[in-house]
Write a protein that binds this ligand. Structure first.
Ligand SMILES: Nc1ncnc2c1ncn2[C@@H]1O[C@H](COP(=O)(O)OP(=O)(O)OP(=O)(O)O)[C@@H](O)[C@H]1O
Ligand SMILES: N[C@@H](CCO)C(=O)O
Length: 289
């Protein structure tokens, strides 16, 4: 029995819009069962998620190998849908790997990234889902490149609202152009964020996470809780707070030793949703046979 495991991911980290992402310790797993006359995927994700060839995972595998022999699959996932934790990316990576396993494609991680980024459109979820850890990536509509590195010891205090926010809706409010000054300031903040992570400086990296002008300003009305959490988290000693991917999830990055105390404080905020105390996942896609 082969099992495919893909981590959740948190993209952007503020100024790293469409480029920087982190793998987190929530997982999607797909267990490949016996061959059968039609596709069936057993899951507990509700009626909105198809159980046949219309499921995103199976659709992705069939896009690679249209005549792939149908199998029974078992899917279990800890990754909430449409919350900014990379659920669609985890499904796309799982689908590509399903085709890789059943079709003996011998795809490398680099191959996986090239295929996944063309389906997702941006690399900042699919790259950390493949490589794990902290990833910086770029995609010029032709080729994607990514670099994975360890992240300093930290906990990601993660607020997941009850309400969904589809990435498509959240990207629809973004401007087509930005003033040059805003672009340069934000891009430079992303550069310092990456350098700070590589030097293990969580405090500086956290400050840079709050320097975005690419997307959070425009998404503010969709995620009013972002500023509320950011302000309280700063008062409690968090390093930085940012909108996870396209939202609505918000993450406050905190030193491991203070995580429990800061979480106790943040949980007193009058917000509709749940909090998780997550770790950065050092590994990405994994296959267990
Ligand atoms: N495990 C899964 N199986 C099938 N379909 C899935 C799965 N996970 C996600 N999807 C599809 O992807 C959609 C969510 O994608 P969307 O990009 O809007 O949100 P997200 O990926 O969770 O957030 P973000 O991209 O901001 O991290 C779901 O509504 C569902 O249609
Ligand atoms: N960079 C993307 C991430 C989506 O998960 C966005 O912010 O829309």
């Amino acid at each position: 029995m082969t099992t495919i495991r893909v981590p959740a991911t948190s993209a952007n980290l503020g100024p790293g819009f469409d480029s920087i992402g982190l793998a987190l310790n929530l997982y999607l797993t797909i267990t490949i069962g016996e061959a059968r006359s039609d596709w069936f995927i057993d899951h507990e994700m509700g009626a909105d998620v198809p159980t046949d060839e219309h499921n995103l995972i199976i659709k992705t595998a069939l896009a690679l190998i249209p005549d792939l022999e149908p199998h029974r699959l078992v899917m279990r996932s800890e990754i909430p849908l449409a919350r900014g934790l990379g659920s669609s990316s985890s499904a796309i990576i799982a689908g590509i790997e399903l085709a890789n396993q059943l079709g003996n494609l011998d795809l490398t991680d680099y191959d996986l990234l090239q295929i996944a980024v063309k389906l997702e459109g941006h690399p900042d979820n699919v790259a950390p889902a493949i490589y794990g850890g902290f990833v910086t990536a770029t995609y010029d509509e032709v080729e994607a490149d990514a670099v994975s590195a360890p992240f300093p010891a930290a906990r990601a205090l993660t607020f997941i609202p009850d309400a969904e926010l589809l990435t498509s809706a959240s990207r629809a409010v973004l401007p087509a152009k930005l003033p040059l000054r805003a672009a340069v300031t934000t891009s430079s903040a992303a550069n310092v964020l990456v350098a700070a992570v590589l030097r293990g400086d969580l405090e500086l990296a956290g400050r840079m996470m709050e320097r975005d002008q690419f997307h959070e300003t425009y998404r503010g009305k969709l995620v009013p809780h972002l500023e509320q959490i950011r302000e309280r988290a700063r008062e409690c000693g968090a390093c930085g707070t940012y909108l996870s991917g396209a939202g609505p999830t918000v993450i406050s990055m905190v030193p491991t030793q203070n995580a429990a105390a800061i979480l106790d404080e943040l949980e007193t905020l009058p917000l509709k949703g749940r909090w998780l105390n997550l770790a950065i996942a050092p590994a990405g896609l994994a296959i267990e046979k």
